[in-house]
Design a protein around this ligand. Structure first.
Ligand SMILES: [Zn+2]
Length: 230
């Protein structure tokens, strides 16, 4: 390999190692942040669904109480009408009709409320389950971070030191084009297969490939700027 290509390759490997470690550390932190966010959302949802469930339950109870009292009114009125003890027969009849109508409405509402309660209970159950899962995921993310972050940071310090050492060995005229490749997040080294750059499919003149293979010259791809590997 051409000595300049060796210098680029060493620097590239050092930079890739640094990128990988940084991404790993960011991933550990992001995992915990997202885990905490999920717990927060799940806790809020569990609280909301519990409140909803309790509200619906209260409405069910109120409906049952109303139903009981109107049933009593209806039954009492019906008894007074049948034993002739109603002080005002016509008023008692109207009261009976009104009570029966109210009972119909309350029974319909009661069925709807029971359905709503089923839905609210299921939602609360699901929210509680999600909260448990979120807490477990957060614990796992914290565990992953605790067990790896310090070592990864220490590896990053070493890798950064090693990168500085190999960066010094890169010839001056290659520093700007290398930095440009890094800035564009492009690979600094590219393979050539069947006469084209594997990275960007640009044709590579055979004499260039040959010079690279014979370690006679350093060439970069005309398309992506990556340095051709032998
Ligand atoms: Zn290319």
């Amino acid at each position: 390999m051409h000595p300049d290509l060796v210098a680029i390759s060493n620097l590239w490997q050092a930079d890739v190692t640094i990128d990988r470690l940084k991404a790993e550390i960011e991933g550990l932190i992001r995992g915990e942040t997202r885990g905490a966010q999920r717990v927060e959302e799940a806790t809020a949802a569990a609280t909301t669904t519990k409140t909803t469930q309790l509200d619906v339950r209260k409405k069910v109870l109120a409906n049952e109480q109303d139903l009981n009292s109107f049933t009593q009114v209806r039954d009492r009125t019906r008894a007074m009408l049948s034993d002739g003890s109603a002080p005002n027969y016509a008023a008692a009849e109207r009261q009976l009709v009104a009570a029966a109508a109210r009972i119909d409405t309350l029974e319909t509402e009661g069925l709807e409320l029971l359905e709503a309660l089923d839905v609210a209970v299921a939602a609360q159950k699901a929210a509680e389950a999600e909260k448990v899962a979120a807490l477990a995921a957060l614990a796992a993310a914290r565990e992953a971070r605790a067990s790896r972050e310090a070592a990864a940071r220490s590896e990053l310090v070493d890798a950064t030191g090693a990168q500085l050492d190999v960066a010094k060995l890169l010839p001056h005229d290659l520093r700007a084009p290398y930095a440009e490749l890094r800035r564009k997040r492009r690979p600094a080294l590219v393979n050539v297969a069947e006469g084209v750059c594997v990275s960007c499919q640009t044709l590579v003149p055979p004499h260039r490939s040959n010079e690279v293979k014979m370690s006679r010259a350093l060439h970069s791809c005309a398309g992506c700027g990556g340095y051709l590997l032998p």
